[in-house]
Design a protein around this ligand. Structure first.
Ligand code: ASP
Length: 350
């Protein structure tokens, strides 16, 4: 009977079981047929993978966005989600998914990372990036780089091909050149939009306007092996002074991943995220206090950062695929894609 049940199931896709008409469908047979579905359902279940992303937090409101700009951001975020998903669905590593989904956005002028990086006070583009492997606790980061097309890949190279965790400035650039990463002229990072942004800020400087930051990119992934990874890439804050380094390349501040806890990537005013060691604080609350990803994220992003005016947000992912995306600003570009391959993108608070 069970064999016929299996046959019924197998044939269901191509036509009825040839022998189905020979049997009266009793409740027992019905139950057996249903049971026979179980292994097939299990096989057909999408793999437990997850990719969560942010594209920066800040004063992102509906009023400040034209429908055309909003469409561009949504499309780019969806493309980044799909790119990472293809890797995870094929059984690729969470590290590869994180790096690929960040590279795509580094190549876009929309985000404050790579091509679209903001300018320093002196009119340069100085970028920071980091990546962390939750399985091995290995990490790599670069700070203040000006000629590396994809800083996230330089961070990955520091992790994979050097005995160090962090490299800065000229040394990081030399290393990236030696390992064969793509090097560009600094003018590659010049975009009119960011240049005008800097000019506006230079004019407003007397009013002590806060540092602006929109569009840092981050990604977290859970792969089929159950391993977590996190990465973040940024141009930093617009109008920052020479040599300023934010939280994004600092392991435990802007980025963290551990298979013992969670993966975290942050975005916001780095000076606060460094001092409140935000990424690791969230991971510690999850690991040692038993908080959920949501509780741990809210505790830090709202209860700790809001009273001190530390604006920004974080994305958090655990090994079960639970994730949270808290932010205390008006908006945060964010999204996720799971085993079903359907990308979800959100921008505003509501
Ligand atoms: N956290 C980044 C920094 O301070 C900026 C950002 O996330 O927008 O460099």
């Amino acid at each position: 009977m069970r064999k016929c049940g299996v046959d019924i199931v197998r044939h269901a896709a191509s036509g009825p079981c040839p022998s189905a008409g020979m049997h009266r469908i009793t409740p027992m047979r019905k139950a057996a047929a249903l049971l026979a579905f179980v292994p097939f359902i299990a096989l057909a279940e999408p793999p437990r993978i997850m990719l969560v992303m942010h594209g920066g937090a800040g004063t992102i409101t509906r009023q400040s966005m034209t429908p055309e700009t909003e469409k561009q951001y949504r499309e780019m975020l969806e493309q980044a989600l799909r790119t990472g998903h293809v890797i995870l669905a094929k059984g690729g590593s969470s590290l590869d998914a994180v790096e690929a989904s960040i590279r795509i956005r580094e190549d876009s002028p929309l985000f404050n990372a790579g091509k679209g990086a903001v300018f320093t006070h002196e009119g340069r583009n100085e970028m920071d990036a980091s990546i962390m492997d939750g399985k091995t606790m290995k990490a790599g980061s670069v700070a203040g780089v000006t000629i590396i097309k994809n800083p996230i890949s330089a961070a990955r190279a520091v992790m994979d091909k050097s005995p160090h965790v962090m490299m800065a400035g000229h040394g990081a650039e030399l290393f990236a050149t030696q390992v064969g990463l793509e090097i560009v002229d600094p003018s590659y990072f010049w975009t009119e939009r960011r240049w005008k942004e800097l000019q506006r800020e230079l004019q407003q400087e007397q009013t002590a306007a806060p540092l602006k930051h929109f569009g840092t990119v981050g990604a977290l992934a859970l792969d089929q092996a159950g391993d977590l990874a996190a990465g973040t890439s940024t141009g930093g804050t617009s109008n920052k002074r020479y040599g300023r380094v934010g939280d994004s390349p600092i392991i435990g501040a802007g980025t963290y991943a551990s298979n013992d806890s969670v993966a975290v990537s942050c975005t916001g005013t780095g000076e606060y995220f460094i001092r409140w060691t935000v990424a690791h604080d969230i991971a510690a609350l999850y690991q040692y206090k038993g908080m959920t990803v949501e509780q741990a994220g809210n505790e830090v992003i709202f209860k700790k950062l809001v009273p001190v005016h530390g604006d920004g947000g974080a994305i958090i992912l655990d090994r079960k695929g639970n994730f949270a995306m808290p932010f205390n600003t008006e908006g945060m570009y964010r999204g996720w894609i799971g085993g079903d391959g359907v990308p979800h993108v959100l921008i505003y608070k509501d």
